[in-house]
Design a protein around this ligand. Structure first.
Ligand SMILES: [Fe+2]
Length: 188
């Protein structure tokens, strides 16, 4: 999925109360993944982590919603599968936010701000069929994995090895969730 262009400097400065005294600079375009290496600054890492945080939060909300509302003959299995995903993702929210703070940025924490930062679409108000829910989470995990990887690459470029180790571990866990969904969706 293509990441929309983001105003990366603005993202760094604005979070989250507007009380940040940092000077507002000329807007810079959020690089696509292959271009990330051209701008390996700490500010870019902070901005990327904010996007990853928003992606994680969006996935947490959606996978919880689907966990609660999924129905069908295999309810127990699907409910458990989505439960494992949302619980794991929930556990990654705080470390990502704290890593933003460690780098000197401010962590976003409002639904409106998360919606500005993430490209993961909100779930529909109408409850989708079970297989549609699993497909949607599968696709969103792909978006989150790409976002996580961008942050990982930037952390490595900034020699923030604690952060890159954490994100590298998240990569493996997210891919395992994706495998479980892919196997569940096989031939459906
Ligand atoms: Fe539950």
């Amino acid at each position: 999925m293509t990441k929309p262009l983001k105003n990366i400097k603005k993202d760094v400065m604005e979070d989250d109360s507007g009380e940040d005294s940092m000077e507002v600079q000329t807007p810079v375009i959020m690089p696509e993944p292959p271009e990330v290496s051209n701008d390996p600054t700490a500010e870019t890492l902070i901005a990327s982590l904010k996007v990853t945080l928003a992606d994680v939060f969006a996935m947490y909300v959606k996978s919880s919603y689907f966990h609660w509302n999924i129905e069908g003959p295999d309810f127990v299995q699907y409910h458990g599968l989505l439960g494992n995903i949302y619980e794991d993702i929930q556990g990654s929210i705080d470390p990502i936010a704290e890593n933003i703070r460690k780098l000197g940025g401010y962590a976003p924490g409002s639904f409106s701000r998360y919606q500005e930062l993430t490209v993961i679409p909100e779930a529909s108000k109408a409850i989708p069929p079970a297989m549609d829910m699993l497909r949607e989470i599968y696709n969103d995990l792909g978006t989150l994995i790409a976002s996580n990887e961008r942050s990982y690459e930037l952390a490595e470029m900034n020699h923030e090895h604690g952060i890159s180790n954490f994100l590298g571990e998240r990569d493996g866990i997210l891919k395992k969730h994706r495998w479980f969904l892919r196997a569940t969706l096989a031939d459906r």
